[in-house]
Write a protein that binds this ligand. Structure first.
Ligand SMILES: [Zn+2]
Ligand SMILES: [Zn+2]
Ligand SMILES: [Zn+2]
Length: 660
């Protein structure tokens, strides 16, 4: 109740400010943000050295939200064991009801004429026009000038970045000489997926954004794949064969494949979200090291529609020409940016690396996965090299994790903190995070412990500066190391960067700091100024230590809406059992760490008047007639001379009967 009142108050407050601005003639005119590839070191050429087939220009309009309507669905987080898919569906339907109408109403006030295609996001405040070239766009200049003066407009972008290249290597030297082949089964073993068939991605919907759709269904069950597009494409088949399908990681997941060559990116995303996808893979990008309008759009989608978005970090074009770089949209603050490593566990030479153009505010890549010369994937004859193939390994793992822990379907912030906390450093890696390997290699096995030590929390608008926002206590055994990651979903529309054409001013978002205490003694603090904070701690002593881990807001909260964050700690092992039937009395409980114990079945009974059915969590069930014994009598009234009758109880299930 208190929260509702608070939200209403804020809503009116913002309306007041906006209407003031709207009526005022002193409002500053915004600048257009240009995102032209040819203004940077990067060329029009794709990996093959060929020019892109078409070169169009895009006008992107990012709106401020109209706060007359609150989209925040606080009930989403109050249901403990709810139907997560149903909740997601309701959330996204309410988001769509809002943005589809708002965006259309907004743009219908303008008279754009010379575009080829108009795309309206149904799930975020973004509108995009595609023009055949810059000259045609300039014919609509008066409309653009009007946009720049509209108080409901957050940013206006003109870009050519829409043609995302695949992040695949085709260079002969790398594929044949530079590095050994990496067998797919070994790669799966290296990311903690060996003998892990308890999860298969059942019930998980994976979205795939590619230039096309499957060109070959050999690896797939037709009823598990839906497509949006018509261009058949081998890269799509390669990527999807890694993350899902008969030979991929999440072999029972539902796959939704959308082609952004055939339809616009926004329309593809509209379709994917309407299919209730839980995670999206994009093995493509523009290698520009920029936080772009697309990064911002995806950040918004992730936060508002609760989707985990995994994108390839991108490939350096040539060692000398581009020593650094990360592809957009993997530069997004809510987006996983996945780099590649080789069979020798070193970062692939082509894997996107960060030169930190945003001075610590964006940390990329997020992590790495196998992607150098992958071979041995069923029905894929090619050697696969590129961050294009690292990303779907992480996407497959996220799908398995969501199947194991259904609550993650609603919490992309938890997925991010768990996956990053549970990585393994590459052998050459010294820092917790570095600009080549990110947090190191993804590892599925390690995520189970991280999940057990994860707490999701929210920060409301009334929080005071520097407040304590989260606390957790932990016992760290002797000679044990832990890694702590705190991640907060970034609210893209709160950033105020319109006056900075290079988008290199400080991003405005809430900052956090992790502190580790033993009692009142401060042992260590995090230093990251990004929306992801991290800290490693090793207990070098010969006895266990009690730690209190606290997360504080660092300075003031930015923006008025609720912020979603998650704190994960990895390195403390809690057995996590999978049970296997041995005989009618016992099952074997095995932890992935190797620990096993034989225990008696624990039955839950379904009781009928004449029989019972017992079910154990290992899957064993049995059914039988009740096995009655007589127990103490029962008084049927409270009168002066109580009557006693015999009573019978089933020795097995406890069912009570008054007659045999
Ligand atoms: Zn264990
Ligand atoms: Zn059992
Ligand atoms: Zn019984």
């Amino acid at each position: 109740m208190i929260r509702k009142i608070l939200i209403m108050f804020i809503t009116f407050f913002i309306i007041f400010i906006f209407s003031q601005s709207g009526n005022s003639s002193t409002i500053n005119k915004k600048s257009i943000i240009y995102e032209f590839s040819n203004n940077s070191n990067f060329s029009y050429l794709n990996d093959d050295g060929l020019p892109n087939p078409k070169w169009k220009v895009y006008l992107t309009i990012e709106l401020k939200e109209n706060t007359l309507y609150s989209r925040e669905n606080t009930n989403l987080y109050n249901t403990k064991n709810g139907d997560y898919d149903q909740q997601l569906k309701l959330l996204r339907e309410s988001t769509k009801t809002y943005f589809q109408i708002y965006n259309n109403d907004f743009i219908n006030n303008y008279n754009f004429k010379f575009y080829e295609r108009k795309s309206i996001s149904f799930y975020a405040p973004y509108i995009q026009f595609e023009y055949s070239d810059y000259n045609n766009l300039m014919k609509d200049k008066s409309n653009i000038d009007d946009l720049l003066q509209n108080y409901l407009v957050s940013n206006v972008y003109i870009s050519d970045e829409y043609l995302y290249n695949y992040t695949t290597r085709n260079d002969f030297l790398y594929l044949n000489k530079s590095t050994s082949n990496y067998d797919f089964s070994k790669a799966l073993n290296d990311v903690g997926l060996s003998n892990m068939k308890q999860q298969t991605g059942e019930g998980i919907n994976i979205g795939i954004l590619e230039l096309g759709i499957l060109d070959d269904y050999t690896n797939f069950q037709i009823d598990k794949v839906q497509t949006y597009g018509y261009t058949k494409d081998a890269h799509t088949t390669q990527v999807m064969s890694i993350l899902g399908g008969k030979s991929g990681i999440a072999s029972n997941a539902n796959l939704f494949s959308a082609s952004y060559l055939d339809y616009s990116l926004y329309n593809c995303m509209n379709w994917l979200i309407s299919k209730n996808v839980h995670v999206i893979n994009m093995s493509a990008g523009v290698f520009n090291s920029k936080y772009t309008s697309t990064s911002s759009y995806i950040d918004y989608i992730v936060k508002t529609n609760k989707i985990s978005f995994i994108a390839a970090a991108g490939n350096r074009e040539k060692i000398l020409n581009a020593p650094f770089g990360i592809s957009s949209p993997s530069t997004g603050l809510n987006v996983f940016s996945i780099g590649s490593y080789d069979v020798n566990k070193s970062v692939s030479y082509f894997s996107g690396a960060w030169d930190d153009p945003y001075q610590g505010r964006i940390l990329k890549p997020t992590l790495v996965a196998p992607g150098g010369n992958l071979i041995g994937i069923d029905n894929i004859p090619d050697k696969l090299a590129g961050t294009s193939f690292s990303a779907p390994i992480v996407t497959g793992i996220v799908a398995l994790l969501m199947e194991r822990y259904n609550t993650l379907k609603l919490h992309p912030e938890m997925v991010m903190s768990i996956i990053t906390a549970s990585t393994k450093k590459l052998p050459t890696q010294t820092n917790t995070w570095d600009s080549d390997a990110g947090f190191g290699s993804v590892n599925y096995l390690n995520t189970f412990d991280a999940y057990e030590h994860t707490t999701m929390y929210q920060i409301n608008s009334n929080v005071l500066p520097d407040s304590l926002v989260q606390t957790t206590n932990l016992i760290v055994p002797a000679n044990n190391s832990i890694k702590i990651v705190n991640f907060a979903l970034y609210n893209s529309y709160t950033s105020n960067i319109a006056d900075d054409p290079n988008r290199e001013l400080p991003f405005e978002f809430s900052k956090y700091i992790i502190k580790i205490y033993n009692g009142t003694t401060l042992l260590s603090s995090s230093t990251s100024i990004s929306n992801i904070n991290f800290l490693e701690y090793t207990n070098y002593s010969s006895s266990e230590i009690n730690l209190t881990i606290k997360v504080f807001l660092s300075g003031s909260k930015i923006g008025n809406d609720i912020e979603y964050a998650s704190l994960s700690i990895s390195g403390i092992h809690t057995h996590s059992y999978e049970e296997k039937w041995i005989d009618n009395f016992y099952h074997l409980s095995s932890c992935w760490c190797g620990y096993q114990v034989q225990v008696q079945h624990m039955f839950e009974y379904t009781i009928y008047y004449d029989r019972h059915i017992g079910t154990c969590s290992c899957g064993y069930t049995f059914s039988g007639p009740h096995d009655f014994e007589q127990v103490i009598g029962f008084s049927i009234d409270n009168s002066e001379s109580p009557m006693w009758i015999p009573k019978f109880r089933c020795r097995v299930c406890g069912y009570i009967s008054y007659e045999l």
